[in-house]
Design a protein around this ligand. Structure first.
Ligand SMILES: Nc1ncnc2c1ncn2[C@@H]1O[C@H](COP(=O)(O)OP(=O)(O)OP(=O)(O)O)[C@@H](O)[C@H]1O
Ligand SMILES: [Mg+2]
Length: 239
């Protein structure tokens, strides 16, 4: 079994959105995936509570119960356990970090979110765990051209030599519509662009979890490399 902790020090970065969509994407691909809602706010539960399979897919839990839940999931033949955590520094979600094979730090492409994600990955690595940053709520690319905020965010993270998922999750209404219906974006429109980006993000995360080399950056992000000289190599306030 592989365990993924979805985390962010910043509230509203998109932890629950990413955790729920990745869980449902994994299940749609045939994996035995379950979601542990370790946030006392119970947002994941709020979204998924009306689903028929909720009882076997979603577990409301707390930090002190995570180890037991992880062991029980392993024994039950779960292949992927995803943990949705509250907005808090790593010390406050240490139990999730400890049981995770990979900690996914979700960040919007803003200065404060990126600064928080950089700190998170440093702490995660110090704790001997693997970290990966996923950008969320990014403005869409227009005619294949990334908005400067997204380009700078990728560039800053890659310059800082931090692992970043090549697929940026865009700000799209469909993520909110899907939650209002207790569904994932794949279930709203399986061929849509949001579904594609969730599948791409899942594939990258799954490869990382299984120790495979990450796939090459997708072409939209290749522009980042070309823009290296001009993009500004630090976390610029506008990033
Ligand atoms: N890619 C996206 N596109 C559009 N809306 C989004 C996206 N990601 C998140 N949102 C919206 O932003 C809000 C916050 O997202 P979410 O609840 O997933 O964040 P969170 O990090 O789990 O928050 P919290 O810290 O409160 O747990 C929600 O209303 C959600 O629907
Ligand atoms: Mg949440």
């Amino acid at each position: 079994m592989k365990t993924l902790a979805v985390m962010s020090r910043k509230g509203g970065a998109g932890k629950t959105t990413v955790a729920v969509n990745l869980t449902l994407a994994a299940r749609a691909m045939g994996l035995r995936a379950v979601l542990a809602d370790a946030d006392p706010m119970r947002s994941a539960h709020e979204v998924l509570k009306g689903r028929e399979e909720a009882a076997s897919m979603l577990f409301e839990t707390s930090a002190s119960k995570l180890f037991t839940l992880t062991e029980a999931s392993r024994r039950a033949g779960v292949e992927l356990l995803i943990i949705d955590t509250p907005a808090a520094p790593e010390a406050d979600v240490a139990e999730a970090v400890k049981v995770a094979d990979l900690c996914l730090a979700v960040a919007r492409p803003t200065y404060l979110d990126l600064a928080a994600a950089v700190l998170s990955v440093a702490v995660i690595h110090r704790l001997g765990r693997q970290g990966l940053i996923a950008l969320n709520q990014c403005a869409p690319a227009r005619a294949g051209v990334e908005p400067p905020s997204v380009m700078k965010a990728f560039e800053a993270l890659r310059f800082a030599n931090l692992p970043v998922a090549p697929t940026a999750v865009r700000a799209r209404m469909v993520y909110q519509t899907a939650f209002a219906q207790g569904r994932s974006v794949l279930e709203i429109d399986a061929e849509g662009t949001a579904a594609r980006e969730v599948r791409d993000l899942f594939s990258h995360v799954w490869r990382r979890l299984n120790g495979e080399r990450p796939a090459a950056m997708r072409s939209a992000n290749d522009d980042m490399g070309r823009a290296r000289a001009s993009a500004g190599l630090r976390l610029a306030p506008s990033a």
